[in-house]
Design a protein around this ligand. Structure first.
Ligand SMILES: [Zn+2]
Length: 384
């Protein structure tokens, strides 16, 4: 059954000088109106204890230059600010923050009957026209919105949100349990392991080196009593660090996309642990391994791809003792019997030798299949 989804495509843009000026203005106006509206909301609340419902339009008289940019960009700021407030009140997220120049410079516009469009080599945007672009994928479907951004290293991108139809992938009659590894990225219940990619470790070393150089240049500028913004060497190095950082982010994302897609393609039920990553990251020993391996973005990708392609992801309660249970006979070890350092153990009951991670992933699979059977979707997906 085909499903209609909203898919984001990231496209590199190559704006000429005028277009760069227009983008800079648009980023600046979006940031300005966000900060202005947020500050006024805060002041108004302090004075009256009520919420101020301000709109970008009411600022255009005082700040005429706001009229020079795409008005939808400003309307989207209003919407994003409203969403940030609602997240703060309803989901307990942090209070909306003020935006700083050079950090996440971006603006969003919407497609109104062809105001956003693509050709083979350009993206057309409201008020500015066609921008040279390089497309990584073929894009089919109705473009809903476009978010233009500039990275700290100076690259421009547009993220196009496109209505796309995806077809379900064929069922494989194969199911899999996944355990988050410590030495490996993941360990699968069929005995295979997926290592943390080596190039990531290399890039991380490189990042550490470049950051050291940056710190040195900062110290030199300080010793010479020069502003960092006026120190050319410091600025050059800052861009270098940003580039390595961007490379790490992109390479990691790429790795996770390919891995999650292959798992969804090859299996019908995918059982994973619902880990409390935030809680675990506080534990310093595990922190690096976990944040590096990006467990939470991986599970998010699995979940939405399962929905797109007609597969099922089952999340196992994080209190389920997947490591301490023998996958052969169900014998349960105590916490003291299985410290983190123990990688293999012999079951005292059935004598099976258990590899810690493999045993956990088999338990996760079994538990996942149990839950999948209980859930209503089983009949629909033919897993019963
Ligand atoms: Zn056993």
């Amino acid at each position: 059954m085909p499903t209609q989804i909203l898919k984001a495509y990231k496209v590199r843009l190559y704006p000429n000088e005028d277009q760069q000026v227009f983008f800079a203005k648009s980023f600046g106006c979006s940031r300005f109106i966000w900060n202005k509206m947020l500050a006024d909301k805060i002041d108004h609340y302090k004075a009256t204890k009520t919420t101020l419902n301000n709109t970008p339009a009411q600022y255009k008289k005082e700040f005429e230059w706001l009229k020079e940019v795409d008005s939808l960009a400003l309307a989207n700021v209003q919407q994003n600010l409203r969403a940030a407030y609602s997240k703060f009140f309803k989901q307990g997220s942090g209070f909306p923050k003020f935006k700083k120049k050079g950090i996440k410079d971006s603006y969003t516009t919407n497609n109104q009957k062809g105001t956003v469009a693509i050709t083979d080599s350009t993206v057309k945007l409201p008020k500015i026209g066609h921008i040279n672009a390089k497309f990584p994928d073929k894009i089919n479907g109705l473009i809903k919105s476009a978010t233009i951004s500039r990275t700290p290293s100076g690259k421009y991108f547009v993220s196009l949100l496109v209505e796309t139809v995806v077809n379900e992938l064929p069922k494989t009659q194969s199911n899999i349990g996944i355990d988050l590894g410590l030495t490996d990225f993941i360990v699968l219940s069929d005995g295979s392991k997926v290592a943390n990619p080596k190039f990531l470790a290399k890039l991380q070393d490189k990042l550490a080196r470049e950051q050291k150089v940056l710190a040195k240049r900062r110290a030199i500028a300080k010793a010479d009593q020069r502003k960092l913004s006026e120190s050319r060497n410091y600025q050059k190095q800052k861009i270098k660090v940003a580039k390595v950082y961007e490379k790490i982010t992109n390479t990691r994302k790429d790795f996770l996309h390919k891995l999650s897609f292959n798992l969804i393609k090859n299996h019908d039920v995918i059982a994973i642990e619902n880990l409390n990553v935030k809680g675990m990251v506080k534990n310093r020993k595990l922190a690096k391994a976990i944040s590096d391996s990006s467990w939470s973005s991986f599970t998010t990708m699995l979940a939405y791809k399962a929905e797109w392609y007609g597969k099922q992801v089952v999340k196992i309660d994080r209190w389920y003792p997947s490591s301490k249970t023998c996958s052969n006979c169900g014998h349960l070890l105590t916490k003291a019997e299985l410290p983190l350092s123990v990688r293999t153990w012999d079951c005292p009951s059935c004598l099976q030798r258990n590899d810690r991670d493999l045993n956990a992933s088999i338990n996760i699979l079994n538990q996942g299949l149990l839950l999948a059977k209980q859930s209503k979707t089983v009949g629909a997906t033919g897993l019963a």
